[in-house]
Design a protein around this ligand. Sequence first.
Ligand SMILES: Cc1cc2nc3c(=O)[nH]c(=O)nc-3n(C[C@H](O)[C@H](O)[C@H](O)COP(=O)(O)OP(=O)(O)OC[C@H]3O[C@@H](n4cnc5c(N)ncnc54)[C@H](O)[C@@H]3O)c2cc1C
Length: 386
Amino acid sequence: MHKHFDAIVVGAGYIGSSAAYYLSKAGLKTAIFDQGSMAAGASRANYGNIQVQDLELQFSVPMIQMARTRFATLEQELDWDLGLRKLGGLLPIENENQWNILSKREKSLQTIGIASELVQANQLQEVEPSIDPVHLLGGLYHADEGQLDPFQLINAYLTRARQSGLQEYYHCPVTGFKLEHGKIKSIGTPAGIFSADHIILCTGAYTNRLGKMLGLEWDVLHYVLGQAMVTEPLPVQLRNHLASASFFEMGADIPKGVLLANMAISQSTHGNLLLGESMYEADHFKTHIPNNSLQWISRSVLKYFPIFKKLRILRGWSAAIADTRDGLPLLGPVAGIDGLYLATAFRSTVIITPLVGETLAQLITTGTSELDIQAFLPERNAYVSH
Ligand SMILES: Cc1cc2nc3c(=O)[nH]c(=O)nc-3n(C[C@H](O)[C@H](O)[C@H](O)COP(=O)(O)OP(=O)(O)OC[C@H]3O[C@@H](n4cnc5c(N)ncnc54)[C@H](O)[C@@H]3O)c2cc1C
């Protein structure tokens, strides 16, 4: 079988589904491929929180600010109930070092117009009534965040794209590429060869594995396996999603070989608690859960929420998440291979999906984009060609 498309998207997670929607909407004959089902990667494993701030601020904030305006009208754009709700974000602070890091961050965020407020320990329960502040110095509170249902968002993008002609190939891994005179020509899959003028890798943690098929490796890109678990539904309603300030102490680089457990709690719209997260840098994609990981998560959660002691855990999971050593995503054309693009390793992923999809469609149809992608170009300082 040999079929030709204007654009082929590889990976049907948050990013690939959005790319497929905006490319199809722009009138390009588009196909999407995934080695599993839709949302087979990290996008099946996440909380759906709409974070509006990344660890890195200089380049990510302008991107997130641009994305916010698109995100505000996304339900109308897709004509879909995404289960959107407003939710605060709270970063509980455990020590002086975290307090100093987050008080600097509070000022930076305020300067750039992101609602952010340092809260003392004795005020924490005003922000999050069920928290036990006894081991805490305070927290950094973001009033203006939110949550949606991850599967509704991905399903909405793909359904609407299908209505504009998207062709979908699931359980169909890309196993090779063909190049001709420096231009990408086609992908190889168990279902045959498919050619395209443009091929976009939205393959998250797997991106370097595909790069190697082309003799490329993006050195800045690595991945971690992140674990989380879900409880039975609860009557208690958390007002925020919470992530330990230790994430900011750690920086963008997770020490190799170390299993880290930092509290990250959210409550789904159905009332289930999502409890995380432990993570470690990996060189394999085995999604088994390491020994002690779930106990570590439980311990870090119970320290601040003893109220959750008697909860029943329904299940736990692990997923590979793409990450970069400079905290910035890889977005844009791949230097030296005409027609090949990357879009991966975003941090506040949910909120940027419409902007990234639109940016890819602009790059492919006009050669330029409204979003300045200079800092995100895949070949920045760490591009290794074999
Ligand atoms: C516990 C946890 C909680 C999280 N919570 C949040 C949150 O609240 N908010 C947030 O913004 N982010 C959150 N994240 C991060 C978020 O899940 C990821 O940033 C996001 O899912 C990445 O989406 P993606 O589309 O880039 O990659 P992925 O969803 O990983 O998609 C990549 C796709 O490529 C496919 N693929 C790979 N190789 C091939 C191949 N050879 N052929 C075909 N297909 C291939 C994979 O099957 C996969 O479906 C969380 C992550 C975890 C683990």
